[in-house]
Structures are given as C-alpha cells and as structure tokens.
Design a protein around this ligand. Sequence first.
Ligand code: SAH
Length: 246
Amino acid sequence: MTFIATVLTLYPEMFPGPLGVSLAGRALEAGTWAIDAVQTRDFAADKHRTVDDTPAGGGAGMVLRVDVLAAAVDHARQNLADRPIIALTPRGKPLTQARVRELASGPGVILLCGRFEGFDERIFEGRSVEEVSVGDIVLSGGEPAALMLLDACIRLLPGVMGAASSGTEESFENGLLEYPHYTRPAIWEGRTIPEVLRSGDHAKIAQWRKRRSEDDTRSRRPDLWERHIGARVQSASGAQHEVQDE
Ligand code: SAH
C-alpha cells in the first residue's frame, strides 16, 4: 500500500526537496510513498488569488484565510477521505515518535503548511484538523516542519530501512534516548572505545547499552526520564491489578 502525502502549501516547489534523495528518494521512486504538493493559492476565490488577510483585533502580520484553507482541505480529502489532516504550528501538540509510528501505519496524511502569522483558528474545528508542532522553535513556514514529519514517517514504511531491527532500537522507541555508538579506529587522537564494546560478550554489551541509555536519558532529558519511570510504575501496578482481579 502506498503512503500518500498531500501537502497544502504556498511553495509546492519545496517538495519533495530533500525527500527526493537517499532513502526517501528511492522509496518515492519505488512507489512506497507518493507526494502531491498542492498550491493553496489555487483555492483563493478572488481574481488576485488572495490567501491571507489582516488579523482581527489588529496587530502585525497576516493570517491565512479559513475559507481558502477549507477549500484546499476539501479538495485534498476528495481523493482519499480517511487520512488524518495535520496543520504544522508551534501552538500544536509536540510531535512524538509514537504519533509518527501511528501515521506511518496508516494510508497517509494531509499536511497544512502555515506562513505569515499562521492559520485562522476556525479551520481546526471546522475541518477536524490536528495541530502539530515539531519543537519549541519558530520557523518561517510549515514546509520544513512538513518535510521533517514526512521523513520520520517514510523511514518506517515497509522496506525503506535496511535492517528490520534498526527502527525499534532507536531513540524514543522505548521512551529512552539510544546508547552512544563507536566505530573504527579503535584509538582516535588518544581517545579509546569503551572496553566492553570490544569484549565480544554480547550479554555484557547489552547490559552496558541499557545502562548508558538510561543514564543519558536521566541526565540529558529529565522530562523523558520522568515519563519513562511513570510508565514503568503504572504498568507494574497495572499488572498487579490484573493479578488481584483474577
Ligand atoms: N505567529 C505564529 C508563528 C507563525 S510562523 C506563532 O507565534 O505561533 C509561520 C508558520 O510556520 C506557522 O504557521 C507554521 O505553519 C510554521 N511553523 C513555525 N514554527 C513551527 C513549529 N515549531 N512547528 C510546526 N510548524 C511551525
């Protein structure tokens, strides 16, 4: 099944862009995924093809008009109705690997790229649009965010990544950061590789990796660590409840 991405944008020439090369590019050629970059301006109703207007209440910048956005979304939905519709916005829910996995296992996605000050708020409820952020940063447009979301989905599509296991050991897949990697040369500018990795003892290596993954998550990403611990406690007490219920 082909994963179909429709991107509604004022800059369709930005797509597939970097997704046309390497892993994603080969998968695009192979038909594992497809992309339709749609010019939002084509859905403007006036002869000047206006897509934006001044913000209600005043202030700087321009806002994407809800009627134009709705017409573009309705057009995108015609082809394939059951795809989630996602607007890229810093006000959205932070994108997670779990959500990426869900999206990658579905038929595809419709992405709305903002520009200027962003979207007229009414589009989100009016067309059941999910708001997603790619980080606590402000981009000049939704396009790089869309590329990022698509890249994360595409690498998970069947057959795109080489080794089947490399997708599941990655950072965030188990709620932790991945352990660090090393390769040859064994000594570089006086710096060595952790001895255990050269021991050939697979059980010990696995133990070391688990430990580093936990330690690094705790020190670098206390937010992830808290959640990980919380989930562990919850699943342990959940298991207890099940035993008690029987
Ligand atoms: N005025 C807005 C920012 C607009 S930036 C605010 O302060 O919330 C212009 C467009 O870039 C947005 O509409 C959105 O589509 C995109 N964008 C910027 N930062 C983003 C982020 N962190 N995640 C996803 N999209 C982003």
